[in-house]
Design a binder for this molecule. Structure first.
Ligand SMILES: Cc1cc2nc3c(=O)[nH]c(=O)nc-3n(C[C@H](O)[C@H](O)[C@H](O)COP(=O)(O)O)c2cc1C
Length: 395
């Protein structure tokens, strides 16, 4: 045993393994074993396995579900496999700068944390643990309207401005009240999600909920998971609200733009036409997203949508993208196709569900390290230097 440990120590000290996260730890695990601390996870899938063990079935279903037959969910990640990297050698990559500027704020990495609702259903500290991890890694955090912690407390834990994701409802004045509260709390941007005009069919969530033997009404209102009982709706009578807004149109974006000093982004766009309209109606940024395959079952990956959005926007505003990013190389591919920043949803919730704050930190460290290695491999010394020349599309 001692010999084996000495060998592992030797291995992890070897320059060949430099930069790899705890090379020795991999060998100390049998292939299927669950890691027992965040630092032992070698990729985000190690965290996924532990989160799966920890999170009750109904909540796991909510996390992992797509819609209908989940073709869009699968397409999101598979699209990354259609591109390969073109390496460049003998570039001095000894000083890599992975930082980005977004609306005048500097972040350590182009990888950011997407809004994910109800994070205390994955781990007791929920959004606060995520905020502390985001602070530790100087990462952009976007808070959901249906968070399980109010925006004021999350900003306090983050100790810096975050972005607020807005779900409108059937009453747009309520939406404006939420925006005003987020602004008062210190958010620097609001991202209005527009990809769920009429609800959705989340079969996996419903199937797994049936297998959960816990008493849901102990935490959820008896009639189901009612959005207006969440902290952001405090002081608002939501009992007659519907959580979809099928009548929403572009005028709302202009109204929002006039209503707030925060930056306004539109989240959930997939076409060049809509991206051009977003800019026309005053948006300061667009987010290419299909809600992680949880909105319209288009079958189309966000990575496939990105080039037409980038072309339509013509550099006038930042273009963010999310969906299916599971490796640093995925992030690099999206950046090469013109994204300003790249969002992750499920991977950091795996970290949260597995180990709380250290798990979210580990998710960021793993993906950022993979991105760093990919940047060095394609000879990009900064995010700006990641260009389409770094990619080749598979024949
Ligand atoms: C469990 C879960 C909850 C989500 N909640 C929200 C939300 O409240 N608001 C929102 O705009 N998007 C929400 N999303 C979508 C994410 O912001 C993001 O678009 C998506 O997760 C990215 O895909 P990925 O999970 O494959 O990384 C949610 C996604 C998941 C998985």
């Amino acid at each position: 045993m001692e010999d084996r440990r000495a060998f592992l120590r030797f291995l992890s000290a070897s320059p060949l393994y430099a930069g790899l996260p705890l090379a020795g730890a991999a060998l100390s695990q049998t292939p299927d074993a669950l890691v027992d601390k965040a630092g032992d996870a070698l990729d985000v899938f190690d965290l996924e396995k532990v989160a799966h063990r920890n999170i009750p079935p109904a909540h796991w279903g909510y996390l992992m579900t797509g819609v209908d037959a989940e073709e869009t969910l699968r397409a999101n990640h598979e699209a990354y496999g259609r591109y390969q990297l073109r390496t460049r050698r003998l570039v001095d990559v000894s000083k890599l700068d992975m930082g980005i500027d977004l609306f005048g704020t500097r972040y350590a990495s182009p990888i950011f944390l997407c809004p994910v609702g109800g994070q205390r259903s994955f781990q007791a500290e929920g959004e606060l643990a995520v905020a502390r991890a985001a602070k530790g890694r100087n990462t952009l955090q976007v808070l959901s309207t249906v968070s399980s912690t109010g925006v004021e407390d999350v900003i306090k834990a983050r100790e810096a401005p975050i972005w607020y994701q807005l779900y409108t409802s059937s009453d747009l004045d309520v939406a404006m009240k939420l925006v005003a509260r987020a602004e008062r709390a210190g958010c620097s941007a609001v991202a209005v999600t527009v990809d769920l005009p009429a609800g959705r069919n989340t079969e996996t969530a419903m199937r797994l909920a049936r297998t959960d033997t816990r008493q849901c009404t102990a935490c959820h209102a008896a009639t189901g998971s009612q959005f207006f009982t969440r902290p952001m709706y405090q002081g608002i009578d939501g009992s007659r609200l519907s959580n979809t807004s099928p009548a929403l149109t572009w005028d709302f974006i202009r109204r929002l733009r006039d209503h707030t000093k925060m930056k306004v982004l539109v989240k959930g766009l997939e076409t060049g036409e809509d991206a051009a309209l977003a800019v026309k109606y005053g948006a300061d940024g667009v987010m290419v997203s299909n809600h992680g395959g949880r909105a319209t079952e288009t079958g189309r990956a966000t990575l496939e949508c990105l080039p037409e959005v980038v072309a339509a926007v013509r550099g006038r505003v930042p273009v963010l993208v999310d969906g299916g990013v599971r490796r640093g190389t995925d992030a690099l591919k999206a950046l090469a196709l013109g994204a300003t920043a790249v969002g992750i949803g499920r991977p950091y919730i795996w970290g949260l569900g597995a180990f709380g704050q250290p798990g979210v930190e580990r998710t960021l460290d793993l993906l950022n390290n993979e991105l760093r290695l990919a940047m060095a491999g394609v000879g990009a010394r900064s995010v700006r230097e990641i260009t389409p020349a770094a990619l080749i599309r598979k024949a």
